[in-house]
Ligand binder design. Structure first.
Ligand code: CO6
Length: 299
């Protein structure tokens, strides 16, 4: 698959560099906001630079409080000095993914060969995860227009994380690729209905199949939890629906009720039940999968 936005990935694989565009910032000449994240732990370097700022020679006009706005998003503990940041890069080899390992997969890359990825399930009981999540969710603000932060203290949140595992100078390192948050809603009488709330694959890694791997791993994880009714999504975007269609169709193709001869007989209760029982697929989504697969087998 074509590696989109490859130029956003730093050569060293150690720091993800991003360009931030705030709508219109008034009051600065040559404004530059620098945000660098180390690839694994997401330790953040934050700097604001400008060549000049409006002063009170301009009647009653104050420059926008850029620094204040960024600090509302970037959690305390960020680094302001480049040398300190470079020193911390060396500690990246100590970073290990949080939580339990759910799934490992590889992707072939023309330049780098076989790359290995891991999907983990984490929660706030993992040491250091709370602070890591605070840094991780800042990406939502830079990359998703309608995003908002969640209250992670509610223990109904599940966190699923994607990491790349790679070697550098004989050491094993991990880079953050993306994540998903899921809220476990109650479903009458004694079930839960996990609802996908946020999903982000970082831009340099989009379109490489990680979103599909993550959503499939999440369905497989909840499929093994008896009290889960089915999986839904909160206000899904168009790109999420496309991804979900792809993943659910792929999963349902392996079910006997979706065999070609049965597709010709129309949507059945058996399809809805098997998709729900085996894969925790919601009834509405099972119908969509049926329609897609039916179209495929129709001349
Ligand atoms: N168009 C068409 N088909 C798509 C698309 C789009 N945009 N996205 C995924 N897919 C399908 C398609 O069939 C892909 O297969 P290919 O034919 O090989 O391209 C397949 O799904 C897998 O795509 P992939 O796994 O490569 O997707 P990716 O890793 O990029 O993850 C994403 C998808 C939407 C999570 C990611 O692009 C992203 O983080 N985007 C920015 C943030 C965002 O929009 N998040 C979703 C909004 S939040 O809706 C939301 C309900 C909540 C979760």
């Amino acid at each position: 698959m074509e590696k989109k936005l490859a130029e956003f990935k730093c050569d060293t694989n150690e720091a993800v560099c991003l360009k931030l565009s705030i709508e219109v910032a008034f009051g600065y000449k040559g404004l530059q906001i620098q945000l660098f994240y180390t690839a694994g732990s997401l330790t953040t370097l934050y700097k604001v630079k400008y060549s000049s700022k409006v002063t009170d020679t301009f009647d009653c006009v104050e420059p926008d409080n850029i620094d204040g706005k960024i600090r509302e998003i970037v959690p305390a503990g960020f680094i302001c000095n480049t040398d300190d940041f470079i020193t911390l890069l060396e500690k990246e080899a100590n970073f290990r993914p949080f939580g339990t390992l759910l799934h490992v997969y590889t992707v072939h890359n023309d330049e780098a060969g076989e790359l290995t990825y891991q999907i983990h399930k984490a929660d706030l009981s993992c040491s250091g995860f709370r602070e890591y999540h605070e840094r991780l969710q800042t990406f939502l603000m830079w990359f998703i227009e309608t995003a908002s932060f969640i209250d992670p203290d509610d223990d109904r949140w599940d966190f699923f994380l994607v990491f790349e595992k790679y070697n550098k100078d004989g050491e094993t390192l991990y880079a953050t690729i993306g994540y998903m948050t899921v809220y476990n809603y109650y479903a009458y009488p004694d079930k839960t209905r996990p609802r996908v709330s946020q999903m982000l694959i970082l831009p340099p890694f989009q379109g490489e199949g990680h979103g599909a791997q993550l959503l499939e791993a999440v369905h497989r994880f909840y499929s093994s939890v008896p009290k889960v009714q089915d999986i839904t999504a909160e206000d899904p975007s168009e790109s999420y629906v496309k991804l979900r269609d792809y993943v659910l169709v792929k999963l349902c193709q392996g079910l006997s009720s979706f065999a070609e001869d049965k597709l010709h007989q129309g949507l059945s209760a058996e399809m809805v039940e098997e998709a729900q029982m085996k894969l925790k697929i919601n009834k509405k989504h099972a119908r969509r999968v049926y329609e897609i697969l039916r179209l495929r087998v129709t001349d």
